[in-house]
Design a protein around this ligand. Structure first.
Ligand code: C5P
Length: 286
């Protein structure tokens, strides 16, 4: 079975209290985008679960194990071989590893005939990683997701279905460590409901200019102070003509809104000429 694992950008990301379990309470609008890894998943002999990513802490294998434990005894004997063609950079704030894990949960839920509803599959994802529940819902339901708690509370967000938004993504080639960026962040002391409200109405209208105006990421400042390359990448993206440029997740990728695919291609080409890895992508909407 072949499946695409879509990357995400965080259109908003607000960081609140540091919790007693070490995680941060957050609120984020997670948007799936067309940049993807391709996964080839086939049944494995004698119940073994393997993947060819080569990562020590492989989220694909972890996801398969978590699903197998949750499945009924028939499916519990299932094994699988997972082969990943990587395009989403690691440590890039685009949820690459989590997107792969989410795609594994969705695919094995069918392959092993586990039959869990999407919401339950998303809940299982929390045992794999904080971004996984949102990516299960974003990929399975094809659209933006509101993520709260440490990431385990997720719900689909309404969005103008007929209007995907074009983006340019630019990666400065530095690995940004999520725990390090969270440690350097300063949690909000007051809630500003307008941040989520403005993004909600921007998505409902499907107006790219409104989305660009409503972007917010509390992890951008701490990530930029750790990695000045992100500041340079963001400036280059803005100079090249993208609107509302912002870092995604805990970095290091930045993204900006562009009016058309053609405009995006021109901007991406000029960024590549400046040594950045750039992609043109569109939002995945129902
Ligand atoms: O859940 P995950 O393994 O993806 O989280 C990686 C790290 O990111 C955590 O160990 C923690 O340091 C940080 N994190 C956080 N608050 C969150 C999510 C992640 O502090 N809500």
């Amino acid at each position: 079975m072949r499946t695409e694992a879509y990357a995400k950008v965080n259109l908003t990301l607000e960081v609140f209290t540091k919790r007693v379990d070490g995680y941060h309470a957050l609120r984020s609008v997670v948007m799936p985008v067309s940049l993807s890894d391709t996964l080839e998943i086939s049944p494995g002999a004698d119940g073994t679960i393997t993947s060819d990513t080569g990562y020590a802490d492989d989220l694909c294998v972890k996801a398969a194990r978590v699903l197998r434990e949750a499945a009924d005894p028939r499916a519990a004997e299932g094994g699988c071989r997972i082969s990943v063609t990587k395009r989403i950079p690691a440590g890039g704030g685009l949820g690459g590893g989590s997107a792969d894990a989410a795609a594994v949960l969705l695919a094995l839920n069918r392959l092993w005939q586990v039959g869990l509803p999407l919401a339950e599959l998303a809940q299982l994802g929390a045992a794999v990683g904080s971004d996984v529940p949102a990516l299960v819902l974003a990929q399975g339901g094809r659209g933006p997701v509101l993520m709260e708690g440490r990431g385990e509370i997720v719900s689909p967000l309404p969005c103008a279905a007929e209007k995907p938004i074009w983006l340019v993504l630019a990666n400065p080639g530095v690995f940004s460590s999520t725990p390090e960026v969270f440690r350097a962040s300063v949690p909000r002391v007051t809630d500003e409901p307008s941040i989520l409200y403005n993004m909600r109405i921007a998505l409902e209208s499907g107006d790219p200019t409104a989305v660009a105006a409503a972007l917010q990421n509390d992890l951008e400042a701490p990530a930029c102070s750790l990695h000045p390359e992100i500041v340079t990448a963001k400036a280059a993206l803005r100079e090249a003509g993208a609107a509302g440029c912002l870092m995604s997740g805990s970095g290091s990728t930045v993204f900006g809104v562009v009016p058309t695919e053609a405009a995006g291609r021109e901007i991406a080409a000029s960024l590549s000429a400046r040594g950045l890895t750039a992609w043109v992508a569109h939002t995945i909407v129902r």
